[in-house]
Every structure is written in C-alpha cells, then in structure tokens.
Design a protein around this ligand. Structure first.
Ligand SMILES: *[C@@H]1O[C@H](CO)[C@@H](O)[C@H](O)[C@H]1NC(C)=O
Ligand SMILES: *[C@@H]1O[C@H](CO)[C@@H](O)[C@H](O)[C@H]1NC(C)=O
Ligand SMILES: *[C@@H]1O[C@H](CO)[C@@H](O)[C@H](O)[C@H]1NC(C)=O
Ligand SMILES: *[C@@H]1O[C@H](CO)[C@@H](O)[C@H](O)[C@H]1NC(C)=O
Ligand SMILES: *[C@@H]1O[C@H](CO)[C@@H](O)[C@H](O)[C@H]1NC(C)=O
Ligand SMILES: *[C@@H]1O[C@H](CO)[C@@H](O)[C@H](O)[C@H]1NC(C)=O
Ligand SMILES: *[C@@H]1O[C@H](CO)[C@@H](O)[C@H](O)[C@H]1NC(C)=O
Ligand SMILES: *[C@@H]1O[C@H](CO)[C@@H](O)[C@H](O)[C@H]1NC(C)=O
Ligand SMILES: *[C@@H]1O[C@H](CO)[C@@H](O)[C@H](O)[C@H]1NC(C)=O
Length: 482
C-alpha cells in the first residue's frame, strides 16, 4: 500500500463508505462488578499522565466501569472484553495490571503517546484476538510472552520504537492473520518460523533495519495476500536475493500486494505497464497491478525482478471517478491523469490539474502532481460524505473552506447521529440506543478528523496515507465490533 499510495486512498474510501453500511449491535446490561478488572482499569488510569480530550473523565465511581469511555464488557459475566482508547492523545505507560483483564479480546490503544515497554503480562491475555498498539512510542522489545496469546489474530505494533528481533515464540500463534511491525527499529531479519504461521494473510515489516534475507519457509504461507517488506535489497547481492525471493513466493498464489518498492528501482517504467489502465477500459480495479491469479505469470515476474512496483498518482480523485460495483466495493476509474512514480513522493510532470474543489491547492500554484495531492482529494471526499457539503458549495469562499468548516464542527458537535439511519447488512436499521449512538458518534468524529488532517493546506503536513489507512480501518473494526 505504501508503494501504491493513491490506490490505498481509494481503498480506504471504501472503508469509509462501509461505515454507513456496517451492522452494529450492542449488548448492554447491568450487573455485578468484577473487582480485578476494576482495579486493573484504575491502574491504567493512574499511569496516564496526559488526557487532553478528557477520555478518562468518565472513569470515576459514579459509573460502573463497564460504562466507562472505551470499555466494553461481556453481557453476562461483566468482565472487560474490549478496551478502546484510540486517538485520544493519551500519554503514559501501560501497567502490569493490564494482564489481569483476562477476558480481554480487543485491545485498541492506537495513535496515542504511550511509551515505555509493552508489558510481558500481556501474555496472560489468552483470549486476546486484536492487539493494536500502533502509532505510539513503545520501546524495548516485543515480549516473547505474547506467544501465550494463543487466540491472537491481529497484531499491529507498527510506528513505535521497538528494537530487537521478532520473538521466535510467535510461531505458536497459529491464528495470526495480520501482522504489522513496520516503522520500528527491529533487527534480525524475518525468522524462518514465520513460515509456520500458515494462516497469515497480511505481513508488513516495512521501514525496519531488519537485515537478513527472506527465509525460504515463507513460501508455506499459502494464505498470504499482502506482503510489505521495503528496503530489503539494498546490498550488492540484491539481484540474487531478489530472484530467490520471487522464487520463494511462488507458492503464495493468493498474493495480491507485494510492496518491495524501494528496491533497485531507478525511475523508467516499461511502456507495457504504463498501458495497463487504458487496456482495462478506464475502469481499473484498485489492485490492477496485482492481476490476482495471474500474478506470477512470466511477464509479471509485477517485471518485478527488473523494476519493482511503482506508485501511482491518480491526480483526479472526485466522486464521479469513484465507481461502486455490485458488492459496494469502491473502485477508482478514469486514469486519464494517472502517472507512475518510482517512490511515493517523487514528482511527476503534467500540465493537467484535476477538478476544482478536489484538486490540492498547490496544483493551482503550478506545482506538480504528488501522492500528497491525492491524499488531499481523498480527504475532501471524506469530508463531503461526513458533512454533506460539497467543496464547491456557495458558503465556501477564499477564507472559508470545507476543511475549515469540518475543523469547526469537530470534535464536539459532530453530526447528530440519532438522525442518521444506519443499517445492518440485512437492511434492518440499527437500534438507536445510547451506547450505539455514542460509538457511532466517536467513529464519525474520528473520520472527520482524518478528513481534516488530509486536507491541510501545506502538503508535507498532511496525514500520511498509511496512517489514514490505519485509522479508517480501525474505525471500521470499531463499528463492526459494537
Ligand atoms: C464522572 O463521570 C461522569 C460521566 O462521564 C461525569 O459526568 C462526571 O463529571 C465525572 N465526575 C468527576 C468527578 O469527574
Ligand atoms: C493483577 O496484576 C498485578 C501485576 O501483574 C498483580 O500484582 C496483582 O496481584 C493482580 N491481581 C489483582 C487482583 O489485582
Ligand atoms: C513473561 O516472561 C518473563 C520472562 O521474560 C517471565 O518472567 C514472566 O513470568 C512471563 N509472564 C507471563 C505472564 O507469562
Ligand atoms: C523506554 O523509554 C523510557 C522513557 O520513555 C525510558 O525511560 C527507557 O529507558 C526506555 N527503554 C528502552 C529499553 O529504551
Ligand atoms: C532507531 O535506531 C536508530 C539508531 O539507534 C535511532 O537513531 C533512531 O532514532 C531509532 N528510530 C526509532 C523509530 O526508534
Ligand atoms: C515449524 O513447524 C514444523 C512442523 O510443524 C516444526 O517441526 C518446526 O520446528 C517448526 N519451526 C519453528 C521454527 O517453529
Ligand atoms: C511449493 O510447494 C511445493 C508443493 O507443495 C513444494 O514442493 C515446494 O517446496 C514449495 N516451494 C516453496 C518455495 O516453498
Ligand atoms: C516537485 O516539483 C516542484 C516543481 O518542479 C519542486 O519545487 C519540488 O521541490 C519537487 N518536489 C520533490 C519532492 O521533488
Ligand atoms: C459547534 O459548536 C460550537 C459550540 O459548541 C459552535 O460555536 C459552533 O458554531 C458549532 N459549529 C457548527 C459548524 O455548527
């Protein structure tokens, strides 16, 4: 996704569309209190030194802890099953007591400023399925006790300051489907045991000084659909490694995304690749580059060997270019302005400037098309969906933009969610009970925040597409798990 940034943006447009279609049910009831969980939560609160948005204000004795912000309990046993404090600007560290929340299944602390070590006691959370600590400042090593979380499906520790190697005990986590450890300081290569986790679908270790080479055993990961491993072929032996690597992945027939985009790519793209969008008739699927089952046809072989996968700048993302198929899957069409880039932030040259309202302001100043321009257009789309206001609405002028409007309404006076009709997959409206409304409001608020961060005037300050992806995906998960 890093290598094809603009397709990611569109991919996440899909997620945001799904927000309106996703089923949500909540089981709320009131019962006894479990003192162990209560004490653990209080300890967590105690270790938090900054809470700029008052996320933990409700964590007081006037409410049962199951009703505290971000806490969800099981209906019958009244034990904490989910702790969700994402994007709250929290600063602090995690207490060992976290390991006492033995019914915890979802731990979402992503996009805060937590620091210090990830406690070994996490290993006691045997029911844990989703473990998302990305975008914090956790340091130290990945605790090897994590291997005791035998139900773990999603492990996301990306964008932290972790060091050391991936613990070999992780091979016991036989249910893992998603592992993201990118943007840390991990070393020691990809350990061979990873091939033993045959359930793995997404594996992301970009931006680590990992070293080592790709183990042959990775070829056993028959479920692998996405593999992100930039910077692996920096050395002189790069070419030989590259050949071996591609051979290793031959058995991964489900592979759709292969991000090795920083390898020996030097700019010039073969004409045949540049022609793909037009040969698909102006309606290219998000992964057109992946070509699904044909991935390992001789020509693809994504070619990868010689050049690696380029990024694409779409250049004209707007509602009329987003096509929904029968499954409500979003696709981006009209690649007239698309340009291919070797790395995410290279410039491309074109005189065409996109569409008023959706084109990034720097295009108007004669700057060239960049992926951050696509991020801007995507942000405008998000804000349009969230606020119902078009960027070219009469109320907007030189000094007042959709971006400003959206910044003003967040985070307190988001939409009055109770007037929105949110439907489950079977078409039945979701219950407008208080707990549902609160969760949905939080999700809308965080989606607006993302839109605002994407549409910042100055390109380098715009939210990174990877972060956009994390946040939107999380928002979707939250809605699905209500
Ligand atoms: C306790 O939580 C409730 C609910 O959020 C809040 O209204 C109240 O102000 C809180 N009390 C204190 C002392 O913070
Ligand atoms: C909870 O965890 C801490 C540290 O791991 C431990 O000292 C304590 O005894 C545990 N039990 C309870 C009931 O808090
Ligand atoms: C975690 O690992 C440490 C050793 O690194 C060990 O002392 C501790 O008992 C383990 N804790 C749990 C909860 O498994
Ligand atoms: C982790 O960060 C904390 C401060 O945030 C520091 O005190 C500690 O020494 C660091 N630990 C490691 C292993 O770097
Ligand atoms: C990684 O390690 C290098 C060298 O020790 C250090 O300069 C850098 O800040 C570290 N990066 C992160 C994200 O911790
Ligand atoms: C991987 O699995 C095989 C057989 O299931 C086992 O023999 C081997 O020890 C495992 N390797 C690691 C590193 O866990
Ligand atoms: C691919 O699968 C075949 C048949 O299962 C096996 O013989 C071969 O060793 C595998 N290759 C790799 C690189 O894992
Ligand atoms: C992109 O091109 C513009 C205009 O040619 C130039 O000012 C800018 O520095 C370039 N940016 C990058 C990242 O190369
Ligand atoms: C949001 O609410 C504040 C006061 O709570 C109000 O001043 C502001 O005008 C509102 N913004 C919009 C766009 O309604």
């Amino acid at each position: 996704m890093v290598c094809s940034s603009s397709s990611s943006s569109v991919n996440f447009l899909f997620y945001s569309l799904v927000i309106f279609l996703t089923s949500t049910t909540i089981l709320a009831s009131y019962g006894g209190r479990n003192e162990t969980d209560h004490q653990a939560l209080l300890k967590i609160k105690l270790m938090i030194s900054q809470d700029p948005y008052g996320a933990l204000t409700s964590w007081n004795n006037s409410l049962h802890f199951c009703d505290w912000t971000g806490v969800t309990c099981g209906k019958r046993h009244r034990r904490v099953t989910s702790l969700d404090l994402m994007s709250q600007g929290l600063e602090g560290s995690l207490p060992l007591h976290l390991g006492n929340l033995s019914f915890l299944r979802w731990l979402y602390l992503f996009n805060n400023n937590f620091q210090g070590a990830i406690p070994h006691e996490l290993g006691r959370l045997s029911r844990l399925r989703f473990h998302n600590l990305e975008l914090n400042k956790f340091n130290g090593t990945i605790p090897h006790n994590i291997s005791s979380c035998s139900n773990l499906e999603v492990l996301d520790l990306s964008y932290n300051e972790l060091v050391g190697s991936m613990p070999k005990e992780m091979s016991f986590l036989s249910k893992l489907t998603f592992v993201s450890l990118g943007n840390n300081n991990l070393t020691g290569g990809i350990p061979p045991f990873f091939g033993n986790i045959t359930s793995m679908k997404v594996f992301d270790v970009v931006e680590n000084p990992l070293g080592g080479s790709i183990p042959d055993t990775l070829g056993r990961c028959k479920s692998l659909t996405e593999f992100y491993y930039r910077n692996i072929f920096g050395s002189d032996e790069g070419e030989a490694d590259e050949m071996k690597f591609i051979d290793t992945l031959k058995n991964c027939t489900r592979l759709e995304v292969l991000d090795i985009s920083y390898c020996n790519f030097h700019g010039v793209l073969p004409k045949s690749i540049g022609n793909i969008p037009s040969s698909l008739g102006g309606y290219a699927s998000l992964l057109w580059l992946s070509l699904e089952g044909n991935f390992f046809q001789a020509s693809a072989l994504d070619y990868i060997h010689n050049h690696c996968i380029p990024s694409i700048v779409h250049g004209d993302i707007k509602p009329s270019n987003i096509l929904l198929d029968d499954d409500m899957m979003a696709h981006v069409g009209d690649f007239c302005l698309a340009r291919f880039l070797g790395t995410s932030y290279q410039n491309s040259s074109t005189g065409i400037r996109g569409t008023i309202g959706y084109a990034a302001p720097e295009y108007g100043l004669g700057n060239e098309m960049t992926t951050s321009g696509d991020v801007y257009s995507f942000g405008i789309l998000l804000l349009e969906m969230m606020t119902g206001k078009s960027p070219t609405d009469n109320i907007f002028n030189e000094g007042f933009s959709l971006h400003k409007f959206a910044s003003m309404i967040m985070p307190d006076n988001v939409t009055d969610v109770s007037i929105l009709n949110i439907y489950q997959e079977d078409g039945i409206p979701v219950q407008n009970n208080e707990a549902n409304v609160k969760k949905i409001e939080e999700c809308l608020a965080s989606t607006i925040k993302i839109g605002v961060a994407c549409t910042v005037y100055y390109p380098p300050e715009r939210m990174d597409i990877k972060k956009v992806m994390h946040e939107l995906q999380h928002t979707l998960d939250t809605l699905q798990n209500i």
